[in-house]
Design a protein around this ligand. Sequence first.
Ligand SMILES: Cc1ncc(C[n+]2csc(CCOP(=O)(O)OP(=O)(O)O)c2C)c(N)n1
Length: 340
Amino acid sequence: MSASPPPVPPPDEMRDIFRTMTLIRRFEERAAEEYMAGRIGGFLHLAIGEEAAIVGTVSALRADDPLTSTYREHGQALARGTDPRAIMAELLGRATGICGGRGGSMHLMDLDRSFYGGYGIVGGAVPLALGLGWAARYRGTEQVSVTMFGEGAANQGVVSECFNMAGLWDLPMVFLILNNQYGMGTPVERAAAAEDFFPRAAAYDIESWKVDGMDVLAVRAALSEAARLARDERRPACVELLAYRYRGHSMSDPDTVRAAEEKERWQARDPLVTFERVLLGEGIMDGDGIAAMQAEVAQVVDDATAFAQESPEVPIAELADGVYAQPWNDDARGSALMRP
Ligand SMILES: Cc1ncc(C[n+]2csc(CCOP(=O)(O)OP(=O)(O)O)c2C)c(N)n1
């Protein structure tokens, strides 16, 4: 890193950061309950344990910096300020969802907040972010395109291609490798030839480094510096965050592969608990203030869940609206979609 990290955020921002982390945690715990109750169809990938990585990143960016993510992206949308009601409704496939109930958990998108979405194809959002970075440079805006992806995705060839093009064209973008040490149930050492991922970007002349992804202030400082390099010096940057997701790959993964001792070791460094200690230690919040904030967040999540449950389903006749360019035709043999 070429410059010293920015100072600790002011107290108001520290409280905001904690509230957003708490909101993400509660929201995802409730989403898990909704899934178990059979109200969420398809897949549901939780990022519980990765809140510092998400909030540290988003809090270091400008609100109009384009952001792309993977299918594990509820927290990114919440951190960008998308209404929790619209996110929960999307998870439940309701017409009031942020994508009209067509996207579901893996495909949240909120262009009003420059959140260009979650994607199910591993590594698939990285070239999209490259295009957004290229567009920012072409238009001469001050935006920085940021893409978050896993260490598993980092093994995809397209990511290396994107490193090369970003390095070659000096695109204003930040590659954020969220190394949670597992791709589905496969530990990183069984999938990658080298333990660290950030040197791969360095091979393409991209400044890159690794930080503790469980420490929200460390993440925020790293992303501030990476965004500064991209915005002010017009150079791409890559940050690798070492973190851990507490749950299995998705709700359908029983998570029997990882050792209990390993999970406990990482959960002992829970990002919410450690940041709470910082806030208490610095006198930024007291116990009552934290309890009040937790109660307020719980209320927001209750309200979002009730809203989603009470929202209408998408009418069957309208299910394909906005999904296919051609009108939907139920007759498989004569489907408009099958025509050349
Ligand atoms: C191109 C492609 N290959 C395989 C899959 C199946 N798949 C979904 S998630 C995943 C693991 C990705 O791991 P990582 O990038 O580390 O992200 P994490 O899920 O740990 O957040 C795989 C192999 C896919 N969705 N897309």
